[in-house]
Design a protein around this ligand. Structure first.
Ligand SMILES: *[C@@H]1O[C@H](CO)[C@@H](O)[C@H](O)[C@H]1NC(C)=O
Length: 158
């Protein structure tokens, strides 16, 4: 009986908040933080791709924020995703993220922010497909000769 009450309460609670969908990292496809060589980096495998550099703000050594677009009235957090990796020696690394992971969610993207922290001084952040004002985006992060890489991604839309 108690279980049934809990279930019913749970359904009522989740129904109440479902008007404002929660950010779901499951809508995002992403690769591991992957060591690459000059032969396996994204631009080597996709020589025809046009990389669109994201806005970049360096806060301090090894701490960079990439952004595209800006928060807009009525938008909401669509994706919040975090990953980190450490290596025994310095590696060139890449991460690919793609929103949405599957079929279109119908969400128009307003703002993308990626906070990056690493032992290397610098990183690259690029849009390889889609972006602000569109319903999809593909984001490439790169860093050379780094022993660690930590990032958190926020994607907003309406
Ligand atoms: C990493 O190295 C590659 C190949 O030398 C270069 O094209 C790229 O701009 C470098 N990336 C960063 C973020 O410095």
């Amino acid at each position: 009986m108690l279980l049934v009450i809990c279930l019913v309460l749970g359904i009522i609670v989740s129904a109440n908040v479902s008007g404002q969908p929660h950010a779901r990292a499951s809508d995002l496809y992403y690769t591991d933080i992957t060591p690459v060589t000059d032969d396996t980096r994204y631009t080597a495998l996709n020589p025809d791709v046009k990389l669109q550099e994201m806005n970049k703000v360096k806060h301090s050594k090894g701490n960079v924020v990439f952004s595209s677009g800006e928060r807009t009235p009525g938008d909401r957090l669509i994706v919040n995703h975090y990953d980190d990796e450490s290596f025994a020696s310095a590696n060139d690394i890449e991460v690919m993220m793609s929103y949405p992971a599957g079929a279109s969610t119908g969400v128009t993207l307003t703002c993308i922010e990626v906070y990056v922290d690493m032992t290397a001084e610098d990183a690259g952040g690029y849009l390889t497909k889609g972006g602000i004002g569109q319903t999809n985006a593909e984001i490439l992060l790169t860093s050379n000769l780094t022993r660690s890489f930590v990032y958190e991604t926020f994607i907003y839309g309406y």
